[in-house]
Design a binder for this molecule. Structure first.
Ligand SMILES: Nc1ncnc2c1ncn2[C@@H]1O[C@H](COP(=O)(O)O)[C@@H](OP(=O)(O)O)[C@H]1O
Ligand SMILES: [Mg+2]
Ligand SMILES: [Mg+2]
Ligand SMILES: [Mg+2]
Length: 311
């Protein structure tokens, strides 16, 4: 058992678990038995990958950290059979070799809330837009997103049959973010990324008022934050109450650890404690730097903001 502090062990275990979930997600797609259930909302589906992925993550974390509060997107389906090889006790050495920032050295189990999105971008997964999909494990301490794991199971899938699939991006505030190449977005452009399957009039209007030169309509909150981190988009603008805490907790922590900023479209920080409402009613706005964030905040019209209650 590692003697590393609790938060570092939790991140290290989450990274190892995310790799396992990546295998589960790819295996289910390969078999082609997606087991799609319509959850009733707009483009709101659940597949066998969502169900199995969540069981793997929750069972593993619960085994290692029984006192930590865990929340997952999917409702329990009464199937508590978790195959033994889905219980991941391993802790990533990539994480454990780092030193946890001093401010988190004494974090206790009861300070932590974990928000799990076993598959983000499910609509796109069912449509074969595979690189839009991520596995999200977000870790909040006293209500603030401080660490996150964003695993992209199909990274590289267009690179040919021999390419190794998947990558894990993770970060801790005060330590940094890892697993990708940080890049600034191109000068002279204003590329905005937003939803492709959950658009509304307010969503479109907010994007238009931010004067985009290009709009990238893609799936997944995790995927869109990756576009911001890698300089492929200048901002992620989503003026809708559709995202939930498990969609934003991990991406927010990774982005903040890399120097960016993610809030609702009023500029309010999200809270991630165990008693918060699940919905991010105030929408989502993310930029690669703190400075860039205000420009977008100022360009989203007040009448759009008025339709989205503060989170
Ligand atoms: N109107 C809505 N109803 C249900 N879920 C929504 C939604 N708007 C956004 N979401 C969820 O927020 C995440 C990002 O959305 P999008 O891909 O449209 O940008 C997706 O997570 P999941 O795929 O994990 O459900 C999506 O389902
Ligand atoms: Mg969903
Ligand atoms: Mg999601
Ligand atoms: Mg999901």
């Amino acid at each position: 058992m590692s003697s590393a502090p609790l938060l570092l062990r939790l991140v290290a275990n989450s990274v190892s678990i995310s790799h396992r979930v990546g295998n589960i997600v790819r295996d289910i797609m390969k078999k082609g038995e997606l087991g799609i259930i319509d959850k009733g909302g707009k483009n709101d589906f659940q597949t066998e990958a969502d169900r199995s992925g969540q069981r793997c993550i929750l069972a593993s974390l619960h085994r290692m950290f029984p006192k930590v509060c865990l929340f997952g997107e999917e409702e329990e389906d009464g199937n508590d059979q978790v195959p033994a090889d889905w219980i991941v006790g391993e802790m990533s050495e990539d994480v454990l070799r780092h030193k946890l920032p001093a401010q988190y050295a004494n974090v206790k189990d009861e300070d932590i809330t974990v928000w799990v999105d076993p598959l983000d971008g499910t609509a796109e997964y069912t449509q074969g837009l595979l690189d839009h999909v991520t596995v999200l494990i977000g870790i909040a301490v006293k209500g603030e997103a401080v660490a996150g794991v964003v695993y992209q199971p199909y990274f590289n899938y267009q690179a040919g049959a021999d390419a190794a699939l998947g990558r894990c991006i993770w970060g801790i505030i005060g330590l940094g973010s890892f697993g990708f190449e940080p890049k600034s977005p191109p000068e002279g452009k204003n590329i905005i990324t937003t939803t492709r399957s959950h658009g509304t009039r307010a969503v479109v209007e907010a994007v238009e008022k931010c004067e985009p030169t290009d709009v990238l309509r893609v799936g997944g909150a995790g995927h869109k934050v990756l576009l911001v981190l890698e300089g492929k988009a200048h901002a992620y603008v989503f003026a809708s109450p559709g995202c939930k805490k498990w969609d934003t907790c991990a991406p927010e922590a990774v982005l903040h650890a890399a120097g960016g900023k993610l809030t609702d479209i009023h500029g309010n920080k999200f809270q991630y404690g165990p008693t918060v409402q699940r919905r991010n009613t105030g929408g989502v706005l993310a930029t690669p730097t703190v400075e860039a964030h205000k420009w977008y905040l100022d360009h989203i019209p007040q009448d759009v903001k008025d339709t989205l209650p503060r989170s």
